[in-house]
Design a protein around this ligand. Structure first.
Ligand SMILES: Nc1ncnc2c1ncn2[C@@H]1O[C@H](COP(=O)(O)OP(=O)(O)OP(=O)(O)O)[C@@H](O)[C@H]1O
Length: 290
């Protein structure tokens, strides 16, 4: 079964307000997608439609060509990892992992044990007694060890400290090499996660404002620095994201292709061209009036 995920003219309303507006895109198997957006942009709403937690108001989601809603065969192919509330979970981690392994056909218990050791979790302790960061490590262990063809991590790092997050990223990349699957990672932690992404989707106020390969995206963002008039002349026909000026020196972030001829002309005119980070692109492409 080919694990593509196709979204067409998708909208989701809560009452009169749109959480998602007329979105269309396609995701393909075995790639890692970064789903990036500010608070309230619609990330969880979108992911909950993939996980069949609700139905769209209009438009369609198709997974492997089928509507996933109340479709057990398709839902077995999707694993939605979110910040679950474990306050009533008195099962030990060991029992909990065993019960999950029964309905996740690719679940690898040896690998789960390896992750439990890496994350320094106690197998015999009730999950409700774990700290917040440890509960997130439990979620990540389940998400990785289940090896589900579509694995979704919705801000799965919640409460994890920096070394634990780093371990998560490293395990994810290593396991993806051996057992490729489609992964969707929603996050605000753009700078520390960007190295994971094959493709990036930016959501802003319920709209998909950009879907691009990571490598292409970062080459499209450029900072232009130099004498104010020369910078102004160069950027006037470009999409400008942010401007800073100190005396007569100006620096403008732009987004878009720059031809080799333009690059040479800019340098001949004394302008400096530099890369801008995905974090900067995120901040400046999604800012604006609230
Ligand atoms: N159950 C709900 N009822 C009403 N409105 C909702 C509901 N769930 C989400 N919304 C609204 O939909 C919009 C998108 O919310 P969503 O949780 O999808 O954003 P998000 O990008 O995941 O945000 P965050 O990064 O803060 O988790 C917000 O305006 C939110 O208030």
């Amino acid at each position: 079964m080919s694990m593509s995920l196709e979204v067409k003219n998708l909208s989701l309303q809560f009452g009169n307000s749109y959480a998602l507006k007329d979105m269309s895109f396609q995701l393909n198997e075995n790639k890692i997608y970064g789903l990036i957006g500010r608070n309230g942009a619609g990330k969880t709403s979108l992911l909950s439609l993939f996980a069949s937690f609700r139905e769209p108001t209009s438009g369609t989601v198709k997974i492997a060509g089928e509507n996933p809603f109340e479709n057990a065969r398709i839902m077995q192919q999707v694993n939605f990892i979110f910040n679950k509330d474990y306050k009533d979970e008195s099962d030990s981690l060991k029992n909990y992992l065993e019960s999950i392994s029964r309905y996740r056909p690719n679940f690898d218990m040896d690998y789960a044990n390896h992750l439990v050791e890496k994350f320094k979790l106690q197998m015999n302790k009730p999950i409700k007694e774990f700290s917040k960061g440890m509960q997130s490590a439990v979620n990540v262990t389940i998400g990785l060890a289940s090896r589900t063809p579509i694995t979704i991590f919705d801000e799965a790092y919640n409460g994890m400290d920096a070394p634990t997050r780093e371990m998560f990223y490293q395990q994810l990349l290593e396991d993806q090499l051996e057992h490729p699957r489609m992964m969707i990672l929603s996050t605000h932690l753009v700078s520390e996660m960007e190295h994971l992404f094959d493709e990036v989707l930016f959501l802003n106020k319920g709209e998909l404002i950009l879907h691009e390969e990571y490598e292409t995206l970062v080459t499209k963002g450029t900072s232009i620095t130099g004498a104010a008039e020369t910078v102004d002349a160069f950027v006037q026909a470009k999409k400008q994201l942010n401007t800073k000026q100190l005396g007569n020196t100006k620096s403008v972030m732009i987004y878009g292709e720059i031809s080799e001829a333009e690059r040479k002309a800019a340098q001949a005119n004394g302008l400096e061209l530099g890369p801008i980070s995905l974090q900067d692109l995120f901040i400046h492409l999604t800012e604006g009036e609230e």
